[in-house]
Ligand binder design. Sequence first.
Ligand code: GLV
Length: 328
Amino acid sequence: MTQAKILVARAVFPEVIASLQAHFEVTSNQDDVVWTKAQLIEQLQGKDGALTTGSERIDADVLAACPQLKIAANMAVGYNNFDLVAMSHHGVQGTNTPDVLTDTTADFGFALMMATARRMTESEHFLRRGEWTKWRYDMFMGSDIHGATLGILGMGRIGQGIAQRGAHGFGMKVIYHNRSRLDPAAEARCQATYVSKEDLLKRADHLVLVLPYSAESHHSIGAAELAQMKPTATLVNIARGGIVDDAALAAALKARTIAAAGLDVFEGEPQVHPDLLTLPNVVLTPHIASASGPTRLAMAKLAADNLVAFFKQNAVLTPVNSVVSAIK
Ligand code: GLV
């Protein structure tokens, strides 16, 4: 039987490429060029499978132009770059990388919340500018984490990881809102109380967003929601750009209707709303919440394992859609 042809759409660990080469004919983009849609379509010609990242959109145009494609294995837990309806329609399997990144991403969400509340980057920039000439009692006063109310919007695996860190490590009171309420055992594990979205916005001292992006969650936090938050509150987004209306957030941060924000994801990233770049009360990181060495390697390996399982066992480990007849 001829080997399946695989496209690795972005640079990835050389050992993962080598493991794929043991099974497949592999074309890889180790130069890490970010392709246009037309270039992606061209690269996918004749390919049976692809290892993708959140930057490659697998939509109806791509699927129609690449009829040989059978699977796209995303190296990310989020898969809003996949048009799942179109993929299922074209019989294309999608997979993601859940679980392996939960703790690393929860650690980062917590760190970003702490950096935001305690004004770490703002004060570091002050120091680096050479402006630190004396100690002062009210210099860079922030807000406390311990004992504060932690609000979580989106209570999946990562949300629950953040809740547990807050409740057990820092004595925080945890409230959450989610499409569906957790079962009592999970609520007890997280020491978390289910509240309405309105209550969440009003009561949280630190609000962390961990919900998937979709048409329904687009601009879940906009001007109206920001207006309901405490003026002392912080907002952290480690979920996806587009969940927050970044222009409205910049306006709220400027007017100090909330105290500060920590953002790892942005609308239209890697572009960042220019107003956010000028504001002192926002901590900005370039979509790195899952970026510890072991976790990024585990993500790449899981994406590769999905490709191997698909072509060798006609099954995948972590599907995100159901496909009637995956092997075309
Ligand atoms: C990163 O954003 C992911 O979805 O894994």
